[in-house]
Each structure stands twice: as C-alpha cells, then as structure tokens.
Write a protein that binds this ligand. Structure first.
Ligand SMILES: Nc1ncnc2c1ncn2[C@@H]1O[C@H](COP(=O)(O)OP(=O)(O)OP(=O)(O)O)[C@@H](O)[C@H]1O
Length: 597
C-alpha cells in the first residue's frame, strides 16, 4: 500500500494561545461615546426644532436653523447605527474574553476542583452564561447614556419653562421606585433560572452519554421525565422573571404617557397665557417624553443584572484553584526511578490510598493489581501527578513531582487511559497532541507500536481522516490513545487499564513493541490480566486502598488471595505459562520494598 505523508497541524487551541486577553476598555468606550453622542443630539434636537418652527411661523424663513435641524436628525441616525455596530462588537469581544478565561481556568484547575462540575453545567456556563456576561459592558455604557437623555432633557425643559419642568419632576420618584424594585427582585430570579438551565443541560448530557444503557434497559421514558423534571421549575422561574419585567415596563408605560400628557397640558396653558411660543410647546412635549424615558432603563437594568449573575457563574470556573507547579527540572538522562513515600489520598473523608514506601527502579515495569475499587487508578493518578496526595510525596529520579515545572513534569510523564479523549481533529493530530510535537514519521512509528497503523491506513484519508468521520471500534480508539502516549513517551509512562479493549494477541504485540520501539523508561501499568502482571518486573498489590504486598508475580502467585484477584482458584505452583500462572520473565527482578503478606 502507498504510504501517505502524515500532516501534523497545530490545533486551534494552540494557535489561539492559552488564556485569551481582556479586550480592554476600547469597545465599551466606543459604545459609550456613540450612545452619549446620540443622547446629547436627542437633548439638543427639540430646542433646535422648536426654534426652527418659531422662526418659520414668524418670518417664513428659519435661515441656518433648518439645515441644523436636518443635520441633527441625520447625526442622531448615524450615531444610533454606530452604537448598534459597536454594541455588537463589544458584546462579541467580551463574550469571547469571558469564555476564554473561564475555559483557561477550567483547564489549569486542580482536577479535584473541576470534577464536581458536570459537562452540561460547564457547557451552559461557557455558552449561554458567557454570552449574557459579555453583554454587560455595552449594557452599562448604554445605561449611562440612557440617563443622560432624561437628565439633559429635564435641564433643557427647565430652560424652556420652569413650571413644566417641576411638573415632570414630581412624577420621576414614582419611576425611580419602579426601577429599584425591578432591579432588586429580578436578581434572585435570574440566578435561580440560570442554575436550573444548567441542571437540565447536565442531565441531558448524562443521558446522551448513556443512550446505549438506557436503550438496553428500556428506561427511555423514565430518563426523559428525569431530564425534563426541572422544566416546571424553569418555566415558573421564567414566568416570574418576565412578570417582573412586564410589570416594570407596564408601570412605566402608564407613567410615561401620563407625565407627557400632564407636561403638554401645562405647556398648553402656558402657551395660552403667552408665556410660551408654539416652538416651545413642541420642545416641551418632546422633553417631557425624553425625561420620562428613564423607564426604558428597566430593560438595560435587567440585562445588567442578568449579565452580573451570568458573569459570576462563568468566572467561578476561572477562579478555581490552579494546579501549582514548581521550578525544578529533572536530572538529565535520569533512568525514571519512581518512589512513593508516605502517600495518603483521602476522598469524602475516606482514605482511598495508603502507600508507605514503594520504590520502582528506573527502566523497570511495575504492575498495579487489586480488586475493583482497591485504589489502582488513584495510585496511577498520584504517580504522574494527575492528583496530589493529601499526605506524602512522589519522587521521580529523586525530585518531588510537585516541585517540577509543568514542562518538566508533562514532558517526562505520559499517560494512556482506558477511554482516551482524542478530540475532533485528524487521526494524526490526535496522536500528535501532547507536551511535545512529534513529526509525522514519529506519529506513524508510535501508531505502528500501538498496533494502530494498519487500521488507520485503511481509513479514507489515512492519518488525515478527521476523527468524527472515522468509525473506530473501542479497541481501535484505545490503540490511538496508546499511540499518543507512545509518541510522547518520557521517562515514566503510566498506563491505566489502557489495553483493556485489546485482544490478547494484539496486547502481546503492543507489549513487545513497547519494549523495543518506544523510548525506554519506567512503566506503571494498571493490570487486570495475570499475563500483564507476569511480564512486569514488579507487582504492587493493593487491597482496600492499602498496599497488601509488593513483589514479583511469580512470588505473589503462591498467595491464594493474590490468585483470587484474577479470579484464579488454581493451586500455586502448577507451573506453565497458561491463563493465570506465571511464566518465565527475562527481565531482572528488583527487590520488593514493601511486603506485608
Ligand atoms: N474523586 C473521588 N471522590 C470520591 N471517591 C473516590 C474518588 N476517586 C476515587 N474514589 C474512590 O477510591 C476508591 C478507589 O478507586 P479507584 O478508581 O482507584 O479503584 P480501582 O482499583 O482503579 O477500581 P477498578 O479496577 O474498578 O477501576 C474507590 O472506592 C472510589 O470510589
């Protein structure tokens, strides 16, 4: 078969950079500038129009006032358009910034802090909530401008006629009360609404992940009811939110025309008394309207309250404690000696791992075995610092893992998992993703070692096939995860159940390739099969979170409890290399550090 060239492109995340920068004040300032400009024009306009009307009525010629009126109308139109444009840009840049910061916080967070956020909740925060939060700066600018119009209009009204201004002023406290109660009541409802939205999204995602199980169990109706259960609450919260909004708008809708009407009536009386001109009356009506327009701030206030709640929810992700790294690097060309000293891991008040002392000589393979729930994955996570122990230390070539720089740690410690997450790029990108960027040839070599090259080359575009278009079996998926780990193999490679979906023959081939074609180093392998434990130089046997014994598979096999871990009831010493019994290993056996049979 013709071999294709393997292309390894940079991922969008790598191109965009890590955290995303804050957009600064410029987008908001542009919105403020244009909306304040529009507000000022709106305030000046009635005066100019009134004056123009008076001149036309008196002399039949308004001179320069007529083009000035037309200019102001045009100016208002242009400024309103610019406000809309800059508001859109401001919202987009802030949404992007809030989202990037939250995502960055999530990705660098201590995993134990990130774990309680289910995917649906994270999804809602990063989409709906981030978009709402991104609207805050523009809404704030618009609110500031929206206060200029009524205040300016009131001042201008006072210039035209003090009596009408006083009459409008008396109605304003009622409008202020409406706005205050709206802002107060709406905050709590919006927060509850956003929480319920998140809950529905989380349940929906859980359901989507478990469609096969749900289908097989025939529990689709129950599941649908579970996902949609919070909908009643959401609907009630939504109705309450809109009721508050509607009430505030309704009250201002009554107050605004009432104020305008009263102002026009008083202005009419003043016109009849000869205190005002016709142009003044025109200005008075318009100013009363603009002053009462303060009620329109309710909508902006609502957006700001919603944005504040949404921002709080989104940036909770950003504020999660970040995984801290040290400043040390590893000694060059270290063999990868791994040591766990006094390690304790506690979860929900329960000790789930206790390792007093285990030393794995550099270059050897250690298998971690034990019954389900005995702490194998926790040990694997601690060994490569996916989690920090609550007590004790893990050392690699004599250096504590928590003192290493991120680059030193992730460059030299590699993981392969049972269910790797491969992303949506091409096959080559999936294998290449990691601390270092391997070349196309290295990607293919790693895939060959993981037994993946054959099926990848049969894909329509080979290594360039996008993963969503590559129908992979569970084992093939797992082999790509292995290939990724092999392509980045450092001095410590941790394989947590990473070959569980492979048939015995493939697993054997992968193990052989691991010995000969992957960078040599220490391997820590979570094992369920006795054959894997047999091939290891050393076995750490866990029982209920504690080390029961450390030794070679051959030695441990004499213990009935150990054989029972593999479901093997056979008597010890039956010999042979069959299903459970130890075979002959060529590798040197290191001395066990901790043996408590
Ligand atoms: N984040 C956590 N919060 C609470 N308990 C946890 C957490 N992580 C692990 N545990 C508990 O620690 C124990 C050991 O879990 P671990 O996943 O290491 O078991 P395991 O030996 O790998 O099991 P299996 O072979 O079934 O995968 C389990 O009882 C598990 O419930």
């Amino acid at each position: 078969m013709r071999t294709r060239r393997v292309t390894v492109r940079r991922t969008p995340g790598e191109r965009a950079g890590a955290g995303g920068s804050a957009p600064g004040r410029t987008p908001e300032a542009l919105v403020l500038l244009c909306s304040v400009g529009a507000a000022l024009v709106a305030v000046v306009q009635p005066l100019v129009l009134g004056r123009t009307l008076d001149l036309l009525l008196r002399d039949g010629d308004a001179g320069r006032w007529l083009p000035l009126s037309a200019g102001l109308l045009l100016g208002e139109l242009l400024l309103d358009s610019a406000t809309a444009l800059f508001t859109g840009r401001c919202n987009a840049t802030w949404t992007q910034s809030v989202r990037s910061r939250a995502l960055h916080g999530l990705l660098r967070a201590v995993p134990e802090h990130a774990r309680p956020h289910p995917p649906g909740d994270v999804g809602t925060r990063l989409t709906l909530n981030a978009a709402d939060a991104g609207g805050a700066p523009a809404a704030r600018a618009a609110l500031a401008a929206s206060l200029i119009t009524p205040l300016g209009a009131l001042a201008a009204l006072a210039l035209v006629d003090l009596w009408v201004a006083l009459c409008v002023l008396t109605g304003l406290p009622a409008l202020a009360l409406v706005l205050r109660s709206f802002a107060r009541d709406t905050g709590a409802t919006v927060a509850a609404y956003q929480r319920t939205q998140s809950l529905i999204a989380s349940r929906l995602l859980e359901t989507l992940e478990g469609t096969a199980t749900i289908g097989a169990a025939g529990t689709a109706d129950r599941e649908r009811a579970r996902v949609l259960a919070p909908l009643t609450e959401l609907a009630a919260q939504g109705r309450h939110m809109w009721a508050l909004h509607g009430r505030a708008l309704g009250r201002s809708a009554v107050l605004v025309p009432a104020l305008t009407l009263t102002a026009t009536a008083v202005g009419g009386l003043r016109l009849a008394a000869g205190e005002l001109s016709v142009g003044d009356l025109l200005a008075v009506g318009r100013y009363a309207q603009l002053t009462a327009g303060v009620g329109g701030a309710a909508t902006l206030l609502g957006a700001i309250v919603r944005a504040r709640q949404a921002r709080h929810r989104t940036l909770e992700l950003e504020r999660m404690p970040a995984q801290a790294y040290g400043t040390r690097s590893l000694p060059p060309d270290g063999p990868g000696e791994l040591e766990l000293r006094g390690v304790r891991v506690v979860r929900d008040g329960r000790r789930v791992l206790r390792v007093d002392r285990v030393r794995v000589p550099g270059g050897s393979t250690v298998a971690v075995v034990g019954r389900g729930g005995s702490g194998k994955s926790v040990l694997a996570a601690v060994a490569g610092r996916l989690i920090d122990p609550d007590e004790g230390h893990v050392l690699l070539d004599g250096v504590r893992l928590d003192r290493l720089t991120r680059e030193a740690l992730r460059g030299e410690v590699t993981y392969a998992f049972e269910r790797p997450v491969l992303g949506e790029g091409t096959v080559a990108e999936a294998v290449a993703t990691g601390a270092r960027r391997p070349t196309g040839e290295q990607v293919r070599r790693a895939a060959r070692a993981a037994g993946a090259d054959g099926f990848v080359r049969r894909l329509p575009l080979g290594y360039d096939t996008p993963l969503p278009q590559a129908p992979l079996s569970g084992g093939e998926h797992q082999r790509l995860g292995l290939a990724r780990a092999f392509a980045h193999a450092g001095r410590l490679l941790v394989m947590d159940d990473a070959t569980s979906s492979l048939d015995t023959a493939t697993e054997h081939e992968v193990n052989r390739a691991l010995r000969h074609s992957v960078r040599p180093g220490t391997r820590l392998v979570v094992a369920h099969r006795p054959s894997v434990a047999d091939r290891a130089d050393l076995v750490v046997w866990l029982e209920q979170g504690s080390v029961r014994a450390v030794g070679t598979h051959r030695d441990l096999w004499h213990t009935a409890d150990y054989r029972a871990v593999f479901g093997a009831g056979a008597d010890a010493g039956t010999g042979g290399t069959g299903a459970g019994a130890p075979g002959v290993s060529a590798a040197p056996r290191p001395e066990p550090e901790e043996v408590r049979p």
